[in-house]
Design a protein around this ligand. Structure first.
Ligand SMILES: *[C@@H]1O[C@H](CO)[C@@H](O)[C@H](O)[C@H]1NC(C)=O
Ligand SMILES: *[C@@H]1O[C@H](CO)[C@@H](O)[C@H](O)[C@H]1NC(C)=O
Ligand SMILES: *[C@@H]1O[C@H](CO)[C@@H](O)[C@H](O)[C@H]1NC(C)=O
Ligand SMILES: *[C@@H]1O[C@H](CO)[C@@H](O)[C@H](O)[C@H]1NC(C)=O
Length: 464
C-alpha cells in the first residue's frame, strides 16, 4: 500500500503536465511571512475514548498527540451504571466513570467537559420514560443537578471542568420533548449552577446542538432569544459539525459567519466557540484530520473529535486514533497508532513556531495548516473528500523569507497513510524530496489524491 502511494506520487509529480487546470476552486493558499499567532492545537481533543481503568493507555499516546480536551459522562455503561433515572447506585457508578476519565484529562492538563445528559441516563431512555420538566415538574431534575454539583465538589472535580448543560437536544434520542421544555432546562440549569458559589470557576457550555447555527433553525433561535434576558449566556457556544461532507454549512467557514450574524440579531456577546464533536466517521482518516485541523486553527475554535464507537470501545482507543490486535478486547493494552494519530502527532510535535495565514480551496475539499519556525516552513495538507482527484497548494511570497522571487525550491514530502481506523500505521512515511522551479514569487504544486484518506506534509528551508 505504502509503496503504491509512493510510486503514484513520484510518478505523478514527474509527469506533472501544466498548471492550466489549476484555479482557486481547487487550490489552497499559504501566505508566507504572515503570522496568525502561536499554535494552540485547538483540534487536539476527543470525546470519550479514555478507558475507565486509570493509566490503561500509556502516557506517551496522550502527550505525543498533544491531547488537550476531554468530554465524557459514562455513556453506554450497562447495569448497574445506567444513570440517575435508574436510582442512586446506578447514578454513582456512572459518575465514577466520568470521575476516572476526569482524572486522566487533568493528568495531561486538559479541561474536561461533563455530559450531564449521560449521567442522567438518556442512552437507556425513550419517549415513555421520565424527562426533566415533564408536566412542569422539575423537582427530581433539580435534585439531580444539586446532587451532581455536590458530588463533583466532594470528588475534587471542579478544576478545569466545563458543564455542558444538555447534549444534542435537537436529536430526539437525547431529547424527545419540546424546544421550550429544553430551553427551560438550559436556563434553569445555568441559574442553578451560578447560584452555587463553589461552582464559580466552572465554565458552562451550550447549546451543544447537533445542527448548525442558522436563522432557520428554531432550536437555535428559541434558545438565543431567551438566554440574554435571563442572564444565562454560556462561557462557550458549543455545537457539532458532523453533517454531510459536502454540505456547505457543515463547516467552520460557514458557521463562524452564521453564528456571528445570529449573535448580532439577538444582541448577544461573542464567546469562545467549542465544536465539541467534529468530523463524521467517514472523515476520520488522516486527510480528514488535516482538513479539520486547518479549519479549527483558522477560526480559533476548540475542537473535539466525534466518537463513533459504541459499548466498551466508546471508553477506549482515544476515539479511534489507536487500535490494537483485538479492538473489541477492552482490557488489552497492545495499543498501536491508526494513521490519523500520526497527523495529530506531527501537528503537535513538529508544527511549532508561528502559524501562517492560509485559505482552503473554494470547492471546500482541500485545506492547509502551516507554521514557520527556525528557518523552516511546514505545511500540513488534507482533504475532506469522497472522491479522488488533483488539487493544488500555492506558496505565496517566498521572498518574505529571503528566498529569490524566482528559482528552485526543494520540498520534502511526508505521507500519512491510514485507510481505516483499524489499520495500524506506526508513523508517517518519507516520500523524499522534489525540486520545483518557480517564478513570480510563488510556487504552486499539485496534490494527487489517489485515495481519499492520505494526508501530506511538505517542508522546506528558508533563508531567514
Ligand atoms: C423505554 O425505556 C424503559 C426504561 O429503559 C424500558 O423499560 C421500556 O421498555 C422502554 N420502552 C420502549 C417502548 O422502548
Ligand atoms: C427567560 O426564560 C424563560 C424560559 O425559561 C422564558 O419564558 C422567558 O421569556 C425568558 N425571559 C427573557 C427576558 O428572555
Ligand atoms: C469569524 O467571525 C468573526 C465574527 O464575525 C470575524 O471577526 C472573524 O474575522 C471570522 N474569522 C475568520 C477567520 O474569518
Ligand atoms: C518531529 O518531531 C519529533 C520530536 O522532536 C522528531 O523526533 C521527528 O524527527 C520530527 N519529524 C519531522 C518530520 O521533522
Amino acid at each position: 500500500m505504502k509503496l503504491t502511494i509512493l510510486f503514484h506520487f513520484v510518478a505523478s509529480v514527474l509527469a506533472f503536465p501544466s498548471e492550466k487546470r489549476q484555479s482557486s476552486t481547487n487550490t489552497a493558499v499559504v501566505t508566507l511571512g504572515s503570522n496568525t499567532g502561536s499554535p494552540h492545537h485547538w483540534a487536539s481533543g476527543f470525546i470519550y475514548g479514555i478507558p475507565d481503568t486509570l493509566n490503561q493507555i500509556p502516557d506517551h499516546w496522550y502527550t505525543n498527540m498533544g491531547f488537550n480536551y476531554g468530554r465524557a459522562g459514562g455513556a453506554q455503561l450497562g447495569a448497574p451504571a445506567r444513570g440517575w433515572i435508574y436510582g442512586r447506585t446506578e447514578y454513582r457508578n456512572r459518575l465514577a466513570s466520568f470521575l476516572s476519565n476526569y482524572q486522566t484529562c487533568r493528568k495531561y492538563g486538559a479541561p474536561m467537559i461533563l455530559l450531564p445528559h449521560d449521567i442522567w441516563g438518556t442512552d437507556g431512555s425513550n419517549s415513555s420514560t421520565k424527562w426533566p420538566g415533564d408536566n412542569g415538574d422539575w423537582a427530581d431534575y433539580d435534585l439531580f443537578i444539586k446532587t451532581l454539583m455536590t458530588d463533583l465538589q466532594a470528588a475534587g472535580a471542579l478544576d478545569g471542568l466545563v458543564f455542558d448543560i444538555w447534549n444534542e437536544p435537537d436529536i430526539s434520542i437525547f431529547w424527545p420533548r419540546s424546544i421550550q421544555q429544553w430551553v427551560d432546562l438550559y436556563i434553569r440549569t445555568h441559574k442553578l449552577i451560578r447560584a452555587t458559589s463553589f461552582m464559580n470557576s466552572v465554565k458552562i457550555s451550550g447549546p451543544s446542538m447537533a445542527f448548525r447555527p442558522l436563522a432557520s433553525n428554531p432550536w437555535w433561535t428559541t434558545w438565543l432569544s431567551q438566554i440574554s434576558g435571563n442572564g444565562t449566556v454560556p462561557e462557550q457556544y458549543s455545537y457539532h459539525l458532523e453533517g454531510e461532507t459536502d454540505a456547505v454549512d457543515n463547516d467552520p467557514q460557514y458557521t463562524n459567519a452564521s453564528l456571528a450574524a445570529l449573535l448580532t440579531t439577538y444582541k448577544l456577546p461573542s464567546r469562545q466557540v467549542n465544536i465539541n464533536e467534529y468530523a463524521k466517521f467517514s472523515e476520520q482518516n488522516p486527510a480528514g484530520a488535516a482538513w479539520w485541523i486547518s479549519r479549527l486553527e483558522r477560526y480559533n475554535f476548540i475542537g473535539l473529535r466525534g466518537n463513533w464507537a459504541s459499548g466498551n470501545q466508546l471508553h477506549d482507543l482515544m476515539a479511534n486514533l489507536l487500535t490494537k490486535s483485538n479492538p473489541l478486547n477492552y482490557a488489552a493494552t497492545d495499543y498501536v497508532s491508526a494513521g490519523e494519530y500520526n497527523v495529530y502527532k506531527y501537528y503537535n510535535l513538529n508544527m511549532t513556531g508561528t502559524r501562517l495565514a492560509t485559505s482552503g480551496s473554494t470547492d471546500i475539499a482541500l485545506d492547509t495548516y502551516a507554521t514557520y519556525a527556525n528557518k523552516k516552513v511546514r505545511v500540513l495538507v488534507g482533504s475532506k473528500i469522497t472522491a479522488t482527484g488533483t488539487w493544488y497548494v500555492k506558496l505565496q511570497g517566498l521572498s518574505q523569507y529571503g528566498l529569490p522571487t524566482s528559482g528552485q525550491l526543494t520540498i520534502q514530502t511526508w505521507g500519512f497513510p491510514g485507510p481505516s481506523v483499524s489499520t495500524p500505521e506506526s508513523s508517517y512515511t518519507d516520500l523524499g524530496q522534489y525540486t520545483h522551479t518557480y517564478s513570480g514569487d510563488f510556487l504552486t504544486f499539485p496534490i494527487f489524491q489517489t485515495d481519499i484518506t492520505t494526508a501530506w506534509a511538505f517542508e522546506f528551508n528558508t533563508a531567514v
